[in-house]
Write a protein that binds this ligand. Sequence first.
Ligand SMILES: *Cc1c(COP(=O)(O)O)cnc(C)c1O
Length: 365
Amino acid sequence: MAVKETTIEIKLQNLKSNFKFLKSKINTDTKFMAVVKAFSYGSDSLIISEELEKNGVDYLAVAYVREGISLRKGGIKIPILVLHPQEEDFNDIVNYSLEPSIYSFRVLNLFFKSLSEKNIKKYPYQIKFNSGLNRLGFSENDVKQLCDKIKNNIPNYIFSHLGASEDLNETIFTRKQIAEFELISEKIEKQLGLTIKKHLLNTSGILNYSNYQYDMVRSGIGLYGFGNDVKFKTDLKPVLTLKTVISQIHHLNPGDSVGYNLGYTAKENTVIATLPIGHADGIGRQYGKGVGELVIAKQKVKIVGNVCMDMLMIDITGVNCNEGDEVIIFDDTNYTAEEFSKKADTISYELVTSLSRRIKRNILN
Ligand SMILES: *Cc1c(COP(=O)(O)O)cnc(C)c1O
């Protein structure tokens, strides 16, 4: 059905189908953590988390504690890992039954201090190791000192994160990361004299390195329908579509300009349509001046001039369309967010997570 205003459609059938496909790539006893940070990659975290919980996902992951709190307030019961807790978060972490990812001695000390103030002896948490991404995590050199600190409150899991699992030109780097994680794991288990559950793979890790699934995998972008490689285009189905409408049509004469700072000047008679979506909605200025392409009446048209805060203009010269007609920015079949974002030299992740909260969401079952 055609939309009447700028609308993000969230297709839960596609989410379920992607979940099933990703699960088919791992063993039945490997747990599955769904990454629902950043409003579930721009969609709607609570709707997505509820649907995944209903379909048997084992764990959720968010980046920041506020994201975890809102899921708990929404009634989500399964374990939630907070990937990047901050200094003041540990009260909330415990109060809302969230599992922190502990990535440094500074954060470990804050966490243990908070537990001891609450008289809690054991509390579920996970330890993050840096195996080469150099973003967050303990290093191999920390293992000895770390084991001394954690021996009375053993983490549920240890994990690490791959930096180039989608890039098959970087397999040497990825293998090095895997070897580093295995070395750290062995060292820690030897020192503590027990085995600890592990996870390493993100979506592209699941697709390209499934031998290293260990006890759990973590998937974000794959659940939302992108496999970072054309070869998974038929297996994964985008969950989001973004559609808008034509607000007004203008007929320009040669020399007439469009938008702020005369971002576009017509060379000949040109027909322009104004759309109710702009950079405040997540279509950044990098898509302006002929870079971004949209689809109207099955034809590709270009964005002209500068993208405004709440609007953008497209060149519809020669296209058979009217005010009120639907315009596709990206959909789940022929013209996906991956393709739209590529024009502006970015990736589906950035495009979908930038979509503003003010855009109407329409949940389709
Ligand atoms: C965001 C994130 C993921 C999800 O990665 P995808 O490529 O979206 O599957 C997994 N693990 C960590 C640590 C992350 O930060």
